[in-house]
Design a protein around this ligand. Structure first.
Ligand code: ATP
Ligand code: MG
Length: 391
């Protein structure tokens, strides 16, 4: 009798010619997640099983965060032998109370009892061994599932996982990661659709502190639980902000700054093989996120800009941040480069031509080049030894 974790994959993307590619990508991600637990992964007939882990709760926690996993069940694996299955059924249900039913599925039709016979027989065995249980086939508190496959698997809980698609199956994109609430959620949402993430952060030392940078690294670290390792590019942004402040109209400062961010991100993304940019912008949230503002910031990009939060209210984004675990870090009170040099009356209807006129007062290419040359690259990964060994 072995304790295993039964891993169910999302169904939709498992159809068609891409199926082996998706399964391999998912297996790689699950292996990465369980590596610190010294578990091993086995694949059989559209299922995955994690075996050999001591701490099953931790294993559940890690595997349910892997995109592409639909649900998991801690299970007992036994030979397809009735006495062994009976022992496992007793073991699985010994701490339960209330009502239950047995639900058997016989994938291996050579097994001598059919599903109904297994249900009736094991129901009797469980009742004989646990006086705290009674049968209710309509609305049971617990369902003992018995699957007769290559071996027999018994489980009583089904835990929902994050779903989505395995990271890496939808290409790679560069997330503009601030220290705020929104951008980590935006990154999570695209990673859930199978996008591998790199991240870029603009840092205006000494106006923004080392702690502010560490907070961003921590946010990337939390995200990397779901996404795997993230290359974080930290861009020195002080000189650009000072030049803008000295030479450009006050009401355009924010949108001009955002254009520099997008320009640099677009360039880094192309260099690093990313196919898109991701931001945490949401329509109307602040002055630079009006329709005109978004148009002006996209204007400097050749790559598509994904804004998954565009239609979300702040409260909805905050709820998501809580769910994925970034909220508490995001609300730590360190300054962001957006909050320094903030104009009193930012324009909400910027015009690309006016912005280009202002940019003509600057050496845009030189400033961009200098910022890119000064990039500090940090590899953020959840559990250090893991990455080298698995990915
Ligand atoms: P907040 O929760 O404070 O709104 P935010 O991350 O959404 O946080 P915004 O000022 O709304 O901050 O910025 C809009 C988007 O621009 C962010 O979601 C992020 O993608 C990008 N951005 C802002 N500041 C930075 C920064 N310092 N480095 C990288 N990207 C940034
Ligand atoms: Mg925001």
């Amino acid at each position: 009798m072995e304790r295993v974790l039964l891993v169910r994959m999302g169904e939709i993307f498992l159809k068609g010619d891409n199926r082996p590619q998706f399964i391999n990508a998912l297996a790689r991600r699950v292996r990465y997640a369980i590596w610190p637990l010294h578990g091993r992964l086995e694949l059989a007939q559209g299922r995955m099983y994690v075996k050999g882990v001591q701490d099953m709760d931790l294993c559940v926690d890690k595997v349910t965060k892997v995109f592409g996993v639909h649900s998991v069940s801690p299970a007992l694996e036994v030979e397809k032998d009735l006495a062994a299955i009976e022992r496992a059924a007793i073991e699985m249900t010994k701490d339960l109370s209330g009502s239950f039913k047995v639900s058997a599925r016989r994938a291996d039709k050579r097994f001598p009892m059919d599903s109904m016979q297994i249900n009736a027989h094991l129901g009797g065995v469980v009742l004989d061994n646990n006086p705290n249980l009674h049968v209710d086939v309509h609305k049971p508190d617990h369902v003992l599932s018995v699957e007769i496959r290559e071996l027999a698997y018994l489980h009583v809980t089904k835990i929902a996982a994050v779903g989505g698609m395995p990271v890496g199956t939808s290409g790679k994109a560069l997330l503009l990661l601030s220290g705020g609430i929104d951008s980590p959620v935006a990154g999570f949402m695209l990673a859930k659709r199978g996008v591998e993430l790199s991240a870029i952060h603009y840092h205006s030392f000494p106006f923004t502190s080392e702690q502010a940078k560490r907070k961003v690294v921590e946010l990337a670290h939390i995200l990397s639980q779901y996404t795997g390792p993230i290359h974080l590019y930290v861009v020195p942004f002080t000189k650009i902000q000072q030049e803008l402040y000295d030479k450009c109209p006050d009401n355009q400062l924010t949108i001009l700054m955002r254009r520099f961010m997008m320009r640099i991100a677009n360039r880094v993304a192309l260099e690093k093989g990313c196919g898109a940019l991701i931001t945490g912008e949401s329509l109307g949230q602040v002055a630079s996120q009006t329709m005109e503002g978004l148009q002006c910031s996209s204007d400097v990009c050749t790559l598509p800009v994904f804004r998954p939060l565009i239609g979300f209210d702040k409260t909805e984004i905050m709820d998501r941040a809580q769910q994925i675990g970034t909220y508490d870090t995001s609300i730590l009170p360190y300054e962001d480069c957006c909050t320094i040099f903030t104009p009193k009356h930012p324009t909400t209807k910027p015009k690309v031509e006016r912005l280009r006129e202002s940019e003509a007062l600057l050496d845009v290419e030189g400033l961009t080049e200098e910022a890119v040359q000064g990039i500090e690259e940090i590899l953020v990964r959840y559990g250090d030894a893991v990455e080298n060994s698995v990915c």
